[in-house]
Structures are given as structure tokens and as C-alpha cells.
Design a protein around this ligand. Structure first.
Ligand code: SAM
Length: 304
């Protein structure tokens, strides 16, 4: 069922307002294929019905459309280098400077199906003997509820565990539950607290973070939105904190709140001078920040 231009415009405008995700006209095919199940769920005769419901402010429909249009591609130890730097640069530096407080807070700001925060948790577990006594919180957030549910289960296909996950970690931290499925052990899952969070909103209620992984999500936003997000993140970090971005992302020309750690592609620290004021885009997302109920009850901060 083809989508009319006017309906297309309504849908992409509301999606952008709610999530920051920028979709262009070339994405018509993607939109049609991803929204067909949403159309079916609500029994709209065509995409005009869907667009009308969104324009009328139907929150459930808007929510499902935004969820359907997020790209959730992720893998364990994606690009490897940021995880090496987490282990060999960030953790040693912060463990030294936090020797008296013995606490570390880490935020995975668009965690998708959990591979990124769980890769960090595995590294921390491997380092446990070395940094014993530190209290480490890993908070993993995403806008999309489906991926958070998947993260909480920690179940991955054979294909997913073969992408980036070293075999020794697969054997040590996962249990095979069927011919094609592996589940991450509960003790690693418990190291990560999952929350629904929209990056267009203020992260103040999430607290302060020593390390932020905000990877492969800024690419979906326009320049102003990227800058506003980076500015808000920087306000939640101490000056010696670390920010990791994705391979195709940079702060250059976007925000002066962070500067590159010399020689470390994709790894940033807060800029020492006062952060530049960046005009916040005029957006009022209705998708708000909620804990993932099942997960919040059971997941506790971990001691490494
Ligand atoms: C491609 S995945 C990146 C996953 C992981 N960080 C990685 O690098 O493998 C992008 C994620 O960003 C999330 N996302 C998109 N817009 C968002 C927003 N406004 N707030 C929070 N998360 C968002 C999507 O739901 C998706 O799970």
C-alpha cells in the first residue's frame, strides 16, 4: 500500500518532533515496510488513517510509529577500540582519581538490545579482581521499549553472539538455551539497570556519570539536536569524565562542550572552559522517561 506525500510529511514531522530522528523522502520504502505492522495493529484502512491518528495526538499510535522507525542495529564489542579504551584508559584513570569515593557511574545512552552495556559489564567483571571494592553503576537507556525488553531478557541468536563476542566470553558468560539461542547469565544482566529515556529530554534525573557511551545514535539527528544533546550530557559529567561516540560521529562543528582525547579517535573529555551556550531546538517530546518495570525491581547496582 503506497503512502501519500501529505501523510508522509505528517508522519516524519511528528517522528522528528518526538524523537529527533530525521527521515527524508528517500526513505519512503523503509517507512512503508516498517509501518505496515502498525497499520495492521490499529486496523487503519491505509496510511492516511495512521497519519490522521498521529495528527490527532493518539499517543499509543505515535509511540508505536516512533518505535518502528528506530534503527536498532547493535553488536557486542562494536568497533572494539572504544571497549579497549574503556578497559585500558578510562577505568584505570578513573579508578585512580576515585580512590577515596570508590564509585563509578557509567551511562549507555542508546543501548538498543543491550550488547553495548553488557560488553562493558563483561569487561568490568573480567577486571573485578583488580578493582575489587568499587561500586559501579551501569545505566542503559533507550527510547524504544521493544529493545529494552529484549535487553532485559538478554537472549541472543547464534548470529548475534557470533558478531564481535569473543568465544571465551560466550562460553563463560552465556548459557545455550536452544539450538539457536543463548542467554546472558543473570549476574551480568544484573550489573545493568535499564531505563526508558528519550535523549531529547533532560538527563538530570539519571544523575551524574563518569563515563558516557553515546554511540551510533547522533547520526540520526540534525546538527542542532546533536549539539543540544551533547550539551546536556556534558552537564551531567565531571571534567575528568569520558565520552565515547560512534565511528561516524564527532563533536567537531557540533558542540564545544567536549574535546578529543589526543590520539584517541572517538573518545572525548569535557572541555575545560565554560561550555558554550547552544540554543535548544523547539521540541516537546511526549515520550517520557520511565523505568523498565520488570527490570527495575530486580536489577541492583553492582559491586565489582
Ligand atoms: C543503532 S542503535 C545504537 C546501539 C548502540 N549504541 C551501538 O552503538 O551499537 C541506535 C539506538 O538509538 C535509539 N534512539 C533513537 N532515537 C533516540 C532518542 N531520541 N532517545 C533515545 N534513544 C534513541 C534507538 O532506539 C536505537 O536503539
Amino acid at each position: 500500500m503506497p503512502i501519500q506525500d501529505t501523510d508522509y510529511d505528517v508522519i516524519i514531522q511528528i517522528v522528528r518532533q518526538q524523537s529527533g530522528i530525521v527521515l527524508t523522502r528517500e526513505k519512503t520504502y523503509l517507512l512503508e515496510s516498517r509501518l505496515a505492522p502498525v497499520n495492521e495493529k490499529y486496523k487503519f484502512a491505509d496510511f492516511s488513517g495512521l497519519a490522521l491518528a498521529m495528527r490527532g495526538g493518539n499517543k499509543d499510535v505515535i509511540r508505536d510509529v516512533v518505535d518502528a522507525l528506530t534503527t536498532n542495529e547493535s553488536l557486542f564489542f562494536r568497533d572494539m577500540k572504544p571497549f579497549d579504551r574503556f578497559r585500558d584508559l578510562m577505568i584505570p584513570a578513573l579508578v585512580q582519581s576515585r580512590a577515596s569515593q570508590k564509585t563509578l557511574r557509567i551511562w549507555c545512552a542508546a543501548c538498543s538490545t543491550g550488547q553495548e552495556p553488557y560488553s562493558l559489564a563483561i569487561i568490568l567483571r573480567e577486571l573485578a579482581a583488580k578493582w575489587n571494592g568499587f561500586k559501579v553503576d551501569i545505566i542503559a537507556t533507550d527510547l524504544c521499549r521493544d529493545v529494552l525488553k529484549r535487553s532485559a531478557e538478554g537472549i541472543y541468536s547464534q548470529f548475534e553472539v557470533q558478531r564481535g563476542l569473543p568465544i571465551q566470553y560466550l562460553l563463560k558468560y552465556f548459557k545455550q538455551i536452544s539450538s539457536d539461542k543463548w542467554q546472558l547469565n543473570e549476574d551480568i544482566r544484573k550489573m545493568v539497570q535499564l531505563r526508558e529515556f528519550n535523549l531529547l529530554e533532560s538527563p538530570v534525573m539519571l544523575g551524574r556519570f563518569d563515563i558516557v557511551f553515546c554511540r551510533n545514535v547522533l547520526i540520526y539527528f540534525d546538527q542542532d539536536t546533536k549539539g543540544a544533546i551533547l550539551e546536556r550530557i556534558s552537564k551531567q559529567m565531571p571534567e575528568d569524565g569520558f565520552l565515547a561516540l560512534g565511528g561516524a560521529e564527532t563533536v567537531l562543528g557540533v558542540s564545544s562542550a567536549f574535546e578529543l582525547v589526543p590520539g584517541e579517535k572517538g573518545i572525548y573529555r569535557r572541555t575545560m572552559q565554560k561550555s558554550a551556550q547552544i540554543v535548544m531546538p523547539q521540541i516537546r517530546p511526549e515520550i517520557t522517561n520511565k523505568p523498565i518495570a520488570a527490570n527495575e525491581k530486580t536489577l541492583q547496582p553492582s559491586r565489582v
